[in-house]
Design a binder for this molecule. Structure first.
Ligand code: WTA
Length: 657
């Protein structure tokens, strides 16, 4: 975060205590409640979490031991010996209660139509599809890659995998064929589930065509199940590709599939995410801890009550969708609204139209969406009846106070609490957040750790930072939803290196933060080479490797820079090989190349050709300088005397975009 950004936040003194009517009905009603629960959770974590596990999940068999952990190894095990099934916890346990007739999923289509699945209907579909997976040879522990748009079949496929103990790996529909190929290869998936095309903002996404391209190099995939979302003529490969609707039609509706008894530590899913270095890694989450953590965080943070309709605008291809569209809400018996489209189609009132139409109570989105909609003016908000809304939330990146105030004023009518929730793919669920019935909100602050979560802010040398002094956000104790490993590394070497070596024995988040005089947390963004584009996480190394895979590129360096809407934009420096000349055409080609290799989310915003990159004598690129130039902060570039060739800096300044 820039110095000006930090100054703005330090000057931010507005406070919003919880509305009395909200607190009275809330699960956690006051700071006193929170503090006593928090105290208990850290003094007796095993007692606290086992009580929660007993109360909130249904187990086939109780665990023998609550927790075994070492952040040195690292190894984390929760509820050892306990048996349960995630799909059972989201469906079966409600089937004999009045919840069976309640909407589990409201699916709002891109076009504006909608379809609803009750718990009983979803239960039937999941059972049927689970049997189909079995018929095609999918067994417990097998990996299934899912490359689908935001359609109900995505939820059905996830829960069907969970039902039979297959590990799902969902790949966001915005990723390219190559990105899909890498993710299928990494986890050696046996089966792929995709759709003919996705529909977003009136445009089609050629998922099946991408999948076909990816599968040229994925011999391990034996079958492809294809959902018909639109109606194009697509190629179906005989003996490999199967239509979802034909398979489903051939199975009886009441075709029960016995849920697999999963060990609490059996994997539930893999989700690929970007880090500072190398290719995206398959973050592994297991069944018991993840289910408990998403269940409880959903209930307490969104203050969920039985009658609520919850609308999380994320795509299920990201962790937010996994945890707060699917597993958290459904394991609570909630109604979860999933939206196929984009916030600006057919116009920038779309979110609010959906909230009005379906009488949404809880609305959870990303700061980037708020900033984009804010620019369109509040008249898009005020024309809808938003009186059903009770609670607002944000996730994915720091929210600037201006966007927070706009959200609070126009969407929340100056009354609704906003939960600014901080977490990561690796954390499985929310770690730092307001509890809306208890806490006084401050625009830009994520308030406090969730019960059981023990964060600390450390300085470079490992000692704790003092009040308002920034530092590295680190977590000291295990929580049930945390990462257990990365796929394909049973010894956890990668996890150890990435998360547990910067400060040995502690989980390193990669984020900077400070704690203010009241004990509230303020997140300040990534301090590593991960950038956050519209709430989408991307490693600069990935974009660089995409660029250098083009024949014209000798070297590339990628940094983030502050972007008004996206939070961060992608700034690319490229040096060309002999024989290539900088040109606008080549710029377009290189931008297009990155889109092909990774996907549209990685589209560079600015691409500067440079004769050379600033390097130390040992050949290390000095990103600090590149970041400053990208940001336009060029008056003081700091010490450039250690550069092998200080003159490259002048060239870079001349060519700045
Ligand atoms: C950032 C998304 C500030 C942070 C759930 C983190 C946030 C990264 C917030 C994880 C927030 C997420 N305030 N920053 N409320 N929420 N972040 O894995 O930098 O896609 O490390 O998980 O997003 O991104 P990921």
């Amino acid at each position: 975060m820039s110095k000006e950004g930090i100054d703005v936040l330090l000057a931010e003194k507005r406070t919003f205590p919880p509305p009395k009517e909200f607190s009275e009905k809330a699960h956690i009603k006051s700071m006193k409640d929170y503090e006593s629960i928090y105290k208990r959770s850290v003094e007796d974590p095993e007692g606290f979490w086992s009580e929660m596990a007993e109360k909130n999940l249904t187990w086939f068999k109780k665990w023998d031991k609550v927790l075994e952990w070492s952040f040195e190894k690292p190894e984390i095990k929760w509820f050892m010996g306990g048996k349960l099934n995630a799909s059972y916890n989201c469906l079966d346990r409600f089937i004999k209660t009045p919840i069976r007739n309640k909407a589990a999923i409201i699916w709002e289509m891109d076009s504006g139509g909608y379809r609803t699945y009750t718990y009983q209907q979803l239960y039937y579909e999941v059972n049927r599809f689970a049997n189909i997976l079995k018929k095609h040879g999918v067994k417990k522990g097998d990996r299934v890659t899912i490359y689908l748009p935001m359609i109900p079949e995505l939820v059905i496929a996830m829960l069907a995998c969970a039902r039979i103990g297959a590990i799902h790996s969902i790949v966001f529909g915005g990723f390219s064929a190559q990105a899909l190929r890498d993710r299928i290869q990494d986890c050696q998936a046996k089966l792929l589930i995709t759709a003919d095309r996705g529909v977003r903002g009136g445009r089609f996404v050629p998922l099946k065509a991408n999948a076909d391209e990816a599968l040229h190099e994925c011999p391990n995939v034996e079958k492809v199940i294809v959902v018909k979302r639109t109606d194009p003529a697509i190629d179906m490969e005989p003996n490999r590709d199967i239509w979802w609707h034909e398979e489903m039609a051939a199975h009886d509706i009441a075709n029960y599939c016995e849920p697999e008894w999963m060990d609490a530590e059996d994997p539930l899913f893999i989700l690929y995410t970007s880090g500072s270095t190398g290719k995206p890694k398959g973050v592994l989450h297991t069944t018991g801890g993840y289910m408990l953590f998403t269940n409880l965080t959903f209930k307490w943070i969104f203050d969920y009550h039985d009658e609520d309709i919850h609308f999380c605008t994320a795509d299920i291809g990201w962790v937010t969708g996994h945890s707060y569209i699917v597993y958290g809400p459904l394991s609570n018996g909630a109604t979860s609204l999933m939206f196929e489209g984009v916030p600006t189609y057919p116009n920038p009132g779309r979110f609010w139209e959906i909230c009005d139409k379906h009488r949404v109570n809880i609305f959870y989105t990303a700061p980037t969406a708020i900033r984009a909609l804010m620019r369109e003016g509040e008249s898009w908000v005020t024309r809808y009846d938003l009186s059903s809304l009770r609670l607002l939330g944000t996730v994915g990146e720091p929210i600037n106070p201006e966007a927070w105030m706009w959200y609070h004023t126009y969407v929340g009518k100056g009354k609704l609490p906003i939960v600014d929730t901080w977490w990561q793919t690796e954390t499985g669920g929310i770690l730092i957040t307001p509890l809306p019935g208890a806490m006084t909100l401050k625009p830009g602050s994520a308030n406090r750790p969730f019960p059981g979560v023990v964060p600390v802010i450390l300085k470079e040398n490992g000692s704790p930072a003092s009040v308002n002094e920034g530092g590295y956000l680190v977590i000291e104790k295990p929580w049930p939803g945390m990462i257990r490993g990365t796929y394909g590394d049973p010894e956890n070497k990668r996890v150890k290196e990435v998360y547990f070596s910067r400060f040995p024995g502690k989980y390193f988040t990669g984020d900077g933060a400070r704690i203010d005089e009241d004990g509230d947390y303020w997140l300040m963004g990534r301090i590593d080479d991960v950038i956050n584009i519209s709430g989408h996480r991307l490693g600069t190394a990935e974009v660089e490797s995409a660029l250098v895979s083009h024949e014209a590129v000798a070297e590339a360096a990628v940094v983030g820079y502050p972007h008004e809407i996206k939070g961060e934009g992608i700034y690319v420096y490229v040096t060309l090989k002999e024989g290539y000349q900088p040109s606008d055409d080549l710029k377009k080609i290189l931008v297009g190349h990155v889109r092909t290799v990774i996907g549209p989310i990685a589209t560079p915003d600015k691409l500067q050709f440079a004769p050379g990159l600033p390097k130390t004598r040992s050949g290390k690129i000095m990103r600090r300088i590149l970041r400053k130039i990208a940001k336009g902060d060029v008056d003081d570039l700091g010490d450039v005397s250690t550069l092998a060739d200080p003159s490259v800096v002048d060239e870079l300044l001349k060519g700045r975009l």
